[in-house]
Ligand binder design. Sequence first.
Ligand code: NAI
Ligand code: MG
Length: 350
Amino acid sequence: MKTLNIASIPGDGVGKEIMPEAIRVLEKVAQVHGGLQFKFEEFPYSCDYYLKHGAMMPEDGMDRLSQFDSVFLGAVGDASKVPDHISLWGLLLKIRQEFQQEINIRPAKLLKGINSKLSNPKDFDIIVVRENSEGEYSSIGGRIFHDDNEIAIQNNVFSKRATKQAMNIAFDLASKRKGLVTSATKSNGIFHAMPFWDEIFDEIASKHPNIKSESKHIDALAAYFITHPHELDVVVGSNLFGDILSDVGAAIMGSIGIAPSANLNLNGKYPSMFEPVHGSAPDIVGKGIANPIGQIWTAKMLLEFNGEANIAEHLLKVIEAVTADGFMTPDLGGKYKMTEVTDEIIKRLD
Ligand code: NAI
Ligand code: MG
C-alpha cells in the first residue's frame, strides 16, 4: 500500500470551503483505485491564525510542513483582517521560496461543456511553465529621494541554472505532448536579460531536435493566446511573463474557479505545493457556490507529480464528464452548488 502524507492548508475564504471537497474526492480516488491511501493533516495557517498569534504560521511551521510528501493549499488572503502583502508573504510566498519551488506549472485546457470566454475557440490544451523563483520578482533595488524627485530601481535576476531548469522541464513535458515549446521573450525591448533568455532557449532547443520550438514576444504571445490558443502546446516564461500568460489561460478556459497549479520542488529537499490559481474570493464566500473544480483539478496535479499519472488522468476525465453534462457552479453559468458538483464527481469515480 502506497501512502501519501499530505499537509492541507485550507487558508482563507473559499479555501476553507473547497479544501474539504477536494479531500472528499481524493479519499474516493483512493478507495476506487486501491493500493493507494492518503494521510491528511490539516494546518490552520490563515489570516484568522494571524489575528490570534501575530504570524501566519508558528516558528516551527516550515519544519512541520517539510515532513510531508506534498503541501495542498486552498487560498490565502483576507484583506479585511490582514493586509495582503503580509498574509501572502507570510504563507504562500514563504512556502514557495523556502521550499525552493522553482517551477510553477499551470495548465489551460478547454473542458467539454464549458463556455470559454472566447466566442468560438477550437479545442486547446496549453501548459504554462513559469520560472517561479527569480526573474522580475526580485527584491533587489531600492528607492531614493522624495516628492517628484523620487526614483525607484528594480533589478531583474536571471540565472543560467534556473532558466535552463524551466526550459528543460518545458521540453520534457512537450516530448510527452504535442511536441512544441513556445518561449515568451521580449528581446527587442529588454536589453540584457531577454537576449540571455533567448540564447539559453536556442541552446536547449538544439538538444531536442525532435521537438519544435519557437520564440514569441510576450505582447504578441498574449494576443496569440486569445486568437490561436489551439496552436500552442507548452509555453515557457519568466516569473512575470508566466504569471500573466497563465491568467490569460485561466480566463479563456471559462473561469478562474477551475484553473489548477503546481509549485514544484525539483531537488527533492522539500515538498512541492499544489494550489488553485484563484484567491479566497471574498465576494462569494459563505454562499456555497464556490467552484470546487480548481481545487479538485489541483488534486489531479498532486497525484500526477506523486507518481500516479494514470489515476490523475482518470480524475480529469471524470471532471470533464461532469462539466460536459452541465453540472457547473454559477461562475460557469451553471445552477449547481459547490457540493452538488463534487457529489457528481464522486459518484462518477465509482
Ligand atoms: P480571487 O481569485 O479571489 O477572485 C477573483 C474573482 O474570481 C472573484 O469574482 C471571485 O468570486 C472569482 N472566483 C475565485 N475563485 C472562485 C471559485 N473557486 N469559484 C467561483 N468563483 C471564483 O482574486 P481577488 O479577489 O483579487 O483576491 C481575493 C484575495 O485572495 C486577496 O486577499 C488576494 O490577495 C488573495 N489571492 C490569493 C491567491 C492565492 O492564495 N494563491 C491568489 C490570488 C489572490
Ligand atoms: Mg497571478
